[in-house]
Design a protein around this ligand. Structure first.
Ligand code: ADP
Ligand code: MG
Length: 291
């Protein structure tokens, strides 16, 4: 595109709340045939709420004290939802004496002298804890689109919590428009496959890549590119940054983390997925003007 048409396109983008960092991004966006969407904070609002508590052979209050203690030092949005939810239920957390976060899986902590694990089935399975007693509860919760959070205390599976996030108001409409423009829409998430599938169904996405660890998100983008696709990636989190950088066009949710915005070519200030449609239309218009 000519410098003038790029300037016009970039200016129109800015007016629509779409910050385009380079001429190259504006020029490439019209070629996208695949758009990959992070789930949490991108398709959904990213404001999870603790919805369910299912102790299994364990006192509920004792369970909540240990879980909130384990999650207190985690910066993950799920952890904050859990700590807030426990306090809202009038339960005071116990303090943790040791704490480690396990990326993409959960947390591991010592609380009141107990070894506490809070996170995915894989987190517990990795250390040989049998989670079979929790599986039916976790499956029912994830079928509702909630994220099950499994809890083990001293090597024993003792309960499941659920955290739910709501789909952003205009996500489904924006995804339908992208599909009408001939673009394949794919969901990419670290969350479990059942939860991801339930959310994907709510917004009309057929292809879901779930249980992808943060360090593997960029690999999934490169795999799609290896199929000959031109790939846009939309994300908000620190864990999306490598995938945003790997994509042909990275689009950051403006309400997301600075790390994601830094890694992206385009920032959608309002955070709504409608911005992805606008960016692609702008690019198509810009490229038409030069031919
Ligand atoms: P996403 O791609 O959805 O942003 P992450 O890669 O950050 O997810 O985490 C993947 C999954 O690991 C989460 O869906 C959750 O089940 C689990 N998890 C991660 N951190 C925590 C935590 N602090 N507490 C409980 N579960 C966690
Ligand atoms: Mg996210």
């Amino acid at each position: 595109a000519t410098p003038l048409s790029v300037m016009v396109g970039t200016g129109k983008g800015a007016q629509a709340g779409i910050l385009i960092r380079s001429a190259e991004a504006l020029e490439t966006a019209h070629k996208l045939d695949t758009v990959v969407l992070d789930k949490t904070g991108t398709v959904t609002a990213g404001k999870p709420v603790l919805t369910d508590v299912h102790p299994v052979g364990f006192d509920e209050t004792a369970l909540l004290r240990l879980v909130a203690g384990a999650e207190a030092d985690s910066e993950h949005p799920l952890a904050q939802a859990i700590v807030t939810g426990v306090r809202d239920r009038g339960v005071q957390p116990h303090a943790a004496t040791s704490f480690d976060s396990v990326t993409g899986k959960g947390v591991q902590a010592t609380v009141s002298g107990h070894a506490v694990l809070v996170g995915t089935a894989r987190l517990l399975g990795d250390v040989g804890i049998d989670t079979v007693t929790l599986t039916p509860v976790a499956a029912a919760l994830s079928a509702e689109g909630k994220t099950p959070v499994l809890v083990a205390v001293d090597g024993r599976a003792v309960g499941v919590l659920a955290v739910a996030d709501t789909v952003k108001e205009d996500s489904a409409a924006a995804i339908a428009t992208l599909q009408r423009l001939g673009i394949d829409v794919v969901m990419l998430t670290g969350d479990n496959a059942r939860t991801a599938a339930a959310i994907a169904a709510q917004v009309g996405i057929a292809r879901v890549l779930a249980e992808v660890l943060p360090e593997h998100k960029a690999d999934e983008i490169r795999r799609l590119q290896a199929e000959g696709r031109t790939v846009g990636m939309v994300g908000d989190g620190i864990n999306d940054a490598p995938a945003l950088a790997a994509a042909d066009v990275g689009l950051a949710i403006g309400t997301g983390t600075d790390v994601a915005i830094e890694a992206a070519d385009i920032t959608l200030i309002s955070g709504s997925l409608g911005g992805v449609v606008t960016a692609i239309r702008l690019s198509r218009a810009t490229m038409r003007n030069i031919r």
